[in-house]
Design a protein around this ligand. Sequence first.
Ligand code: CR1
Length: 828
Amino acid sequence: VEASIPEPQREAWTKNEFSGFKNKDDFEREVVRHVETTLARSLYNCDQSAAYSASSLAFRDRLIKDWNKTQQRQTFADQKRIYYLSLEFLMGRALDNAMLNLGFKDVAKEGLAELGFQIEDIIGQEHDAALGNGGLGRLAACFLDSMATLNFSAWGYGLRYRYGIFKQEIIDGYQVEVPDYWLDFNPWEFPRHDVTVDIQFYGNVRKGENENGKTVSIWEGGETVTAVAYDVPTPGYDTPSTNNLRLWSSKAASGEFDFQKFNSGDYESSVADQQRAETISAVLYPNDNLDRGKELRVKQQYFWVAASLYDIVRRFKKSGRSWNEFPDQVAIQLNDTHPTLAIVELQRILVDVEGLEWDEAWSIFGYTNHTVLPEALEKWPVGLIEHLLPRHLQIIYDINLFFLQSVESQFPGDSDLLTRVSIIEESQPKMVRMAYLAVVGSHKVNGVAELHSDLIKTTIFKDFVTIFGEDKFTNVTNGVTPRRWLHQANPRLSELIASKVGGNEYLKDLTLLNKLELFVDDKEFRKEWAEIKYANKVRLAKYIKSTLNINVNPAALFDVQVKRIHEYKRQQLNIYGVIHRYLTLKAMGPEERKKQQPRVSIFGGKAAPGYWMAKQIIHLINNVGSVVNKDPDIGDLLKVIFLEDYNVSKAEMIIPASDLSEHISTAGTEASGTSNMKFVLNGGLIIGTCDGANIEITREIGQENIFLFGVLSEDVEDLRHAHASKEQHVIDPALTKVFEAIQGGMFGNPQDFNAMISAVRDHGDFYLVSDDFQSYIDTHSSVDEAYRNQEEWVSMCIRSVARMGFFSSDRCINEYAEGIWNIEPLAV
Ligand code: CR1
């Protein structure tokens, strides 16, 4: 309010209001203006990168208008807001998305052509914003798109990492990590040097009086680091709503710059202090579904949640409401346990800073669990938290005390239960169980697909269901945004679909896809459908040729597995299956070979830098490729491709080009999966296990349209036990042949793969590779069989797409809004 322009001068503002370009000529003018002024270049000096920069700036100018208005509308409406706290936002590229969401891609295309550029080249200049590892981070990005599209007052809060997920290079078949410095030119962020928060670490706690003379805990001393806000506008599709993603960057607090040191000539160490502060937001931890318990990670977490909560509370207080209205104005969603300290920090603000009484009953926080894998469940040593956040440890103890007291009164004398559910694990050293803290501190806990939501209730949170009752635990099956994952990634298919289902409306109501069923028997439509798939495959084949210098035949069946490399996702099962196929082909005579279905097996994905086994898997895939791809007996019948540096923008090219994709995790391990939805939405079929969202996909599209195999999750535990009780595990005969080939040196030094084989043969085959092997290869034979009948195959694809309406992230966000956030969209 203080900075607002007085009434009499406002006219000068309104009459000069900037309104971004509205047509092609305006757009061209804006691009030229940015090239000449913002970039200080000219038509003699404008490469594709400059054209990208100027186009982005032109779109950004338009976006800012909508964004400002959205913020004003939200402030004016003063309704409940949803705050989505996520340590990862895997946004990918912004320009293409902005063009499509604003509805100006055609204008830009023509404009750029007149200025001498092809729009695809310009889009391709953009560096991915890769502030995430995999599904969890991309889900957060899809949610931002849906929340804006559905006109919710929503904010994303995250960290502005200077280095996103590393760039993967493959050198001699091995993964090599290269830092991803992505901020050289980023037109999509706005530094808010006036929006800062000082964040405290370390220090001591004592009792003392607050401003109102009340006795409270006072946390003092230690060090302070400043959080600076960087705002990223996130446009909705076909709506003026443009929400804000606020990312915090760390820098040394101004009072911290040590002038003493500086003046005494110790300039270097004073700069070192600065750098230490900047380290907090320097790098994204590159682990997917894996917790390494690093101190800097917990520093990141507190830094981010403390800055975000300060911001949320500041905004709430500006409205002048009293604290009892806080739960009506604020819903905070915790994307996994990473932001769980927010629960503790809010309690600290209320009790220590605001002087309120301890109140447990507020429905502020919702917690989304994304995994049951024990290695991914966060735990922090009590000593570490005590040192870093002494007051927070006290509050955690208080939360635990109140909780255990209520459990004790509910279940008197059950000390085993108390030990099991305590937020503090009585181990050596003692640990804070973050998932338990999140459950206790949230009013709703959700899993991300039905099976997963059932599993958390019977495994990791079983006791909590007994204590809190069923109602606290719910399911929200994941979804994906059809704007990016169909309209943007597959423009031709999107256009063909629109022509049949009544225009682009289906992009906002994905259930309208069901109208496609009417056209399944339309020969012309099927032909166009198949042509689009073929063209997408040709594009990928060209990319493979240009990056790997391997020729693949676009008429072959493209079989794709792209995702983070993880033993539970079982890329090893896939590559063993490929080796089996290769051995089978080699054993055939030339006549029989000719009858086989040609395949291209495509892999992509990053291994966490410290995940040695995952790196071995990458190595084996590459070694198999280098043998198979140059085997003259095999030719086009089998190619094995590892695509380097899988990321969001590559996914946009790869997914539309797939005939078959692999979602083959050991049953019960993949919480949901989201690429499975993207592949089907783009007219590809799936081979998969009964796991995660595969189950619901099957239910929606029909089991005749999916290739399921493998053991069921309810049998996994018994099979693991059976393996563990045997000295040497008897492995599947076909898999044994595969192992023999590897150990005979067919794919390079067999030593390199001993650990992989040994995991199956000698260490209990935890991921049940051998148990599932025969049904996996049999199911692949059924795929080959089905693919031979192209007419029928295309019909299966069309029917599947028609039935995918459920998997829009819009449906998903509406479920959160209704079942967890209790929030309505804002009228536009
Ligand atoms: C799950 O492994 C799921 C995403 C998004 C991942 C994946 O199956 O689709 O979350 N979990 O819900 C995860 O990263 C830390 O846990």
